[in-house]
Design a protein around this ligand. Structure first.
Ligand SMILES: C[S@@+](CC[C@H](N)C(=O)[O-])C[C@H]1O[C@@H](n2cnc3c(N)ncnc32)[C@H](O)[C@@H]1O
Length: 220
């Protein structure tokens, strides 16, 4: 590996990525519309999970069949919608977002799609909000500020039910985790997170190099 390179991204040949993005199930019209609206109305629209990762989140949700989901990092509600669409009607999704300006957009989104009963929107710093949620979860999705990933892990690991799933996005951080020269605070935090989870014998875990890398961990 070229240690001087700043990043290794995409991790697989672009032609393979394009092929993978083509051959997954067709996503629901509402998700297509939400992707389009996100690109029109939101700053940094590339933060959205989008269809390749979204289809995986939906399949994982169907397999786990959660009663309760915790999401850290709502943004435009795309991954929240994936949880809504693929879970039973009595599943509750707690989702945490720091930017209160998204509130009316998100409230409308869930109301218009008849998911208002399923989704609890929590605004604030996740580090403050998580300790106030006195629930256990069958599925947790970490997708917010990378420098806090070790803190999020410490706060949520005990909240996952046995057999439940922890999924974390961006855990390859454009490949920088694997380049020893990279020492920015996000890279250091994500390396620590990946190590914490791998050394924790309460979890079985694996990394998938989809988009910016997903950690999938099952509480045993
Ligand atoms: C990558 S986006 C989430 C994308 C969304 N999960 C999806 O799949 O489309 C990250 C979100 O986390 C939010 N965020 C960043 N730091 C946060 C914090 N400390 N607490 C709560 N939310 C935070 C950002 O405002 C942003 O909306």
């Amino acid at each position: 590996m070229e240690e001087k390179e700043i990043q290794i991204h995409p991790f697989v040949d672009k032609r393979i990525e394009d092929y993978c993005q083509t051959f997954h199930s067709k996503q629901e019209t509402i998700l297509n519309e939400l992707e389009r609206t996100t690109h029109l109305k939101f700053l940094r629209p590339n933060m959205i999970s989008s269809s390749w990762q979204g289809e995986l989140l939906k399949i994982l949700t169907q397999l786990v069949n959660p009663k309760r989901v915790l999401e850290i990092g709502t943004f435009s509600g795309y991954s929240t919608m994936c949880f809504c669409l693929s879970s039973q009607s009595d599943c509750i999704i707690d989702t945490i977002e720091a930017v209160e300006d998204y509130k009316s957009f998100l409230e409308n989104l869930f109301l218009e799609n008849n998911f208002a009963q399923k989704v609890n929107l929590h605004f604030g710093q996740a580090i403050d909000v998580i300790p106030r949620l006195n629930n256990s979860y069958d599925m947790i999705f970490i997708d917010a500020d990378k420098a806090n990933y070790p803190n999020y892990y410490s706060l949520v690991a005990d909240k996952i039910n046995k057999g439940g799933l922890l999924v974390a996005d961006n855990i390859l951080w454009y490949g920088k985790v694997a380049i020893s020269d990279a020492k920015d605070k996000e890279t250091l935090a994500i390396r620590k997170f990946n190590q914490m989870i791998t050394e924790d014998n309460r979890f079985e875990n694996v990394i998938l190099p989809i988009r910016d890398g997903l950690m999938i961990a099952r509480r045993v």
